[in-house]
Design a binder for this molecule. Structure first.
Ligand code: HEC
Ligand code: HEC
Length: 311
């Protein structure tokens, strides 16, 4: 009994001593809101990300206890190094845009905020509602800009003001696949933003694809699933915002395991530019598509990890 009491006393003293010897608390300097970003988006990022990704860290008393603080402070240091939102204003607009897209992807992949952190700080979790706010903001930022519309003069259809013009009739692709103008009314299942070639892409899924996503039956994708990937040049506007500029192309993948057995179960097609010129000379243009998508063979040749839909 004495031994146990001694042990507890020793442990307690050790714990107290640790509190003095522990690592230095990271400095906290107030970080401003991200300029040019709506208040509701700022609120989400501030709440869930700023502790580790800005100069302003609000620590709870239990975060400061040694030895747990070793981990907490380490996360803050590494987090700030990986991404520091307090440097927002010094970033080029293209980089700002990229960070937001990249951040959304990290959130959707459940990598951020760190799960170990949200377990201890449940109010910092990103809710489904927050995700919707971020997605809506990014979709709007990518699409609905007057400058972007100016670059695409021949606009038609209800969704046309936000998309590639459809100057019918559009010639079919060399493998016989017909153009599908309706993709603009499909659901956006992902957005990617590539700075290596300066394009922004939106990936749409038709009803069959969206149903498969909801039911988590996406490997293999059911026959009838169709993806459209539309790409625009990135354009930096006078106010520094990044928007979709000239329309570059739209590509389709149409799932039919039997009909398209010779091309990995998908029908592939691409139309270029505002004139929607079919891509490829002969039907074999598809070997290019299949070979570049083949690293994703185990994922039914699809790259995109769709946004999850809640309703
Ligand atoms: C508890 C601390 C913590 C919180 C909160 C947090 N992160 Fe992180 N984040 C980190 C750490 C640590 C790293 C560096 C990981 C590494 O070095 O491997 C990181 C890295 C990142 C990266 C870069 C990833 C890469 O592959 O380079 C992004 C983007 C990111 N976080 C976004 C976010 C967003 C967005 C939020 C809020 C929704 C968030 N993080 C919240 C700790 C955090
Ligand atoms: C240089 C490699 C490459 C080639 C060639 C290529 N793709 Fe892709 N494709 C990708 C990548 C990477 C993605 C993921 C989204 C992104 O990064 O924009 C993608 C995504 C897609 C998507 C959205 C669904 C998905 O898999 O994520 C469609 C549709 C698509 N490609 C069609 C085509 C068609 C049609 C062709 C041929 C005319 C083609 N691709 C050729 C690399 C390629």
């Amino acid at each position: 009994m004495k031994k146990i009491r001694l042990m507890i006393a020793l442990l307690g003293t050790g714990f107290l001593v640790l509190q003095f010897l522990g690592p230095d608390k990271p400095a906290s300097v107030p970080a401003p809101n991200l300029s040019g970003i709506p208040e509701e988006v700022n609120a989400i990022i501030r709440n869930s990300c700023f502790d580790c990704h800005s100069s302003q860290t609000t620590l709870q008393w239990y975060d400061k206890l040694s030895p747990a603080n070793l981990l907490v402070y380490d996360h803050i240091q590494k987090g700030r190094k990986a991404l520091d939102f307090s440097k927002w204003d010094s970033l080029a607009p293209a980089a700002q845009s990229g960070i937001l897209f990249y951040s959304l992807n990290k959130i959707l992949e459940n990598e951020m905020p760190l799960p170990s952190y949200t377990t201890v700080h449940p109010t910092k979790k990103i809710s489904d509602g927050d995700i919707q706010v971020l997605k809506n903001f990014l979709v709007a930022r990518t699409l609905s800009r007057p400058a972007a519309n100016k670059a695409r003069p021949q606009l038609t259809g209800s969704a046309g003001s936000q998309d590639a013009p459809s100057r019918l009739p559009v010639r079919p692709a060399p493998n016989g696949i017909e153009y599908l103008p309706d993709y603009r009314n499909w659901k956006v299942i992902s957005i990617t933003d590539r700075f290596d070639n300066g394009t922004m892409r939106i990936i749409y899924g038709n009803e069959v694809a969206v149903k498969a996503i909801r039911e988590c039956k996406t490997n293999p994708w059911p026959d009838g699933s169709i993806f459209a990937k539309a790409a625009w040049k990135q354009q930096t506007n006078a106010d520094g915002s990044i928007t979709a500029g000239d329309f570059v192309q739209v590509e389709f993948m149409i799932k039919d395991a039997q009909k398209y057995a010779s091309t990995a179960g998908w029908g592939w097609a691409r139309w270029l530019g505002t004139g929607l010129k079919p891509y490829g000379e002969k039907a074999v243009f598809t070997t290019e598509c299949v070979s570049c998508h083949s690293p994703r063979k185990d994922n039914d040749y699809v790259f995109t990890t769709p946004f999850t839909f809640k309703n």
